[in-house]
Design a protein. Structure first.
Length: 354
């Protein structure tokens, strides 16, 4: 479901000298370059920097990306700690507070602004009285778990098939490329809805729990439909790398395919893998929310950002805080990951916008 990214960085060992030429000269530390009066000054000493060091320097200068990195870090920490806080009783995502619900108003929270109080900073859920903040915080955990798992699945499949396609060439490249085209041509949303009932029932036979099969279905679907665009990116990188001198040198020394893959190709693919993983992640968060809205996803009482927002859209005017907070949690995660991905791309591929 993720849109195919537009730019592909060229980040290889052999090409690292070109990558660093311009910026290294301007950013390197010059020592002993004072010119004595009446004499020719010493030649400046230029300290070489690795591509990673240069990328880190550019990233540190990008204040927006650094701020969003903190947002992403806080989001991940919250997602990790939320289940622990829930077990300790700090968060109460499934505790009903019937005394806070006004039955005469159709189940809306008592008081103003959705029942906001010191005990419930974002109010309580209509009809149930469950704490909105607790459910949103725990929803971050499950939504990130689904999004990260789907992203890893797409990255693994896309990386393997992309390397095989680009490195092998010939008929192998042809058939993998046709598989990519065929997968991208499927009406994904319609297929997800049509196949959900049968596949979830099959998964229920091997995966325990009420929501385990539904979560596994979303992960499989997002991962299996997310790899083609990623494979195209990796294939393009490999097609460029396989013609480089360091690959030819390794071949001439008798290096086998396994060594070429793991020692020569993969170290030069970490940059696009990192960049596009951060761009696929927010797309999967949005996809989980969309699938929950369409009725395919994790059901209550297990909170995800998707099913919380699905419930909140029933109260856009009568309980605006509930609706707004649910939408903002998703928006913050999606925007922060997208901006971090853009910042990483600019740091690792500074010529992309030139």
């Amino acid at each position: 479901m993720a849109n195919e990214p537009e730019r592909t960085p060229d980040f290889s060992h052999e090409g690292s000298s070109q990558f660093t030429t311009g910026l290294a000269a301007t950013e390197a530390v010059a020592e002993g370059d004072e010119t004595p009066e009446g004499g020719a000054g010493k030649a400046p000493s230029i300290a070489g920097r690795t591509p990673w060091q240069l990328a880190r320097m550019r990233l540190r200068r990008d204040k927006l990306t650094m701020f969003m990195l903190w947002v992403v870090a806080i989001t991940v920490v919250v997602g990790i700690l939320a289940p622990v806080l829930s077990k300790l009783g700090v968060l109460e995502p499934n505790v009903f507070h019937g005394e806070l619900i006004d039955g005469a108003s159709g189940g809306l929270p008592k008081g103003s602004w959705g029942g906001i109080s010191w005990s419930h900073p974002l109010g309580v859920e209509p009809t149930t009285g469950r704490d909105v903040l607790s459910r949103l915080v725990l929803g971050v955990t499950f939504s990130l778990l689904i999004a990260v798992s789907a992203t890893l699945l797409a990255v693994v499949i896309g990386t393997i098939l992309g390397i095989v396609s680009g490195f092998a060439g010939g008929k192998v490249d042809f058939w993998i490329s046709r598989l990519i085209d065929m997968t991208l041509s499927f009406p994904q949303t319609l297929m997800l809805l049509a196949l959900s009932g049968g596949f979830i029932a099959i998964l229920a036979k091997v995966i325990p729990g009420t929501n385990g099969p539904a979560a596994a279905y979303i992960i499989l679907v997002l991962g299996l439909f997310g790899w083609p665009s990623f494979a195209r990116i990796i294939r393009g990188q490999v097609l460029s790398l396989r013609e480089r001198e360091f690959i030819e040198s390794a071949k001439s020394l008798g290096a086998k395919s396994g060594r070429l893959w793991f020692k020569e190709l993969l170290p030069n693919l970490w940059a696009p893998i990192l960049i596009y993983s951060t761009l696929i992640m927010p797309a999967n968060v949005s996809a989980e929310a969309a699938l929950s809205f369409l009725g395919v996803g994790v059901k209550n009482p297990t909170p995800t950002l998707g099913n919380i927002l699905t419930n909140a859209v029933n109260y856009p005017s009568s309980d605006f805080i509930y609706f707004f907070a649910s939408a903002m949690f998703i928006a913050i995660i999606v925007i922060s990951f997208n901006l971090v991905g853009d910042g990483l791309r600019d740091a690792l591929d500074p010529k992309a916008d030139r």
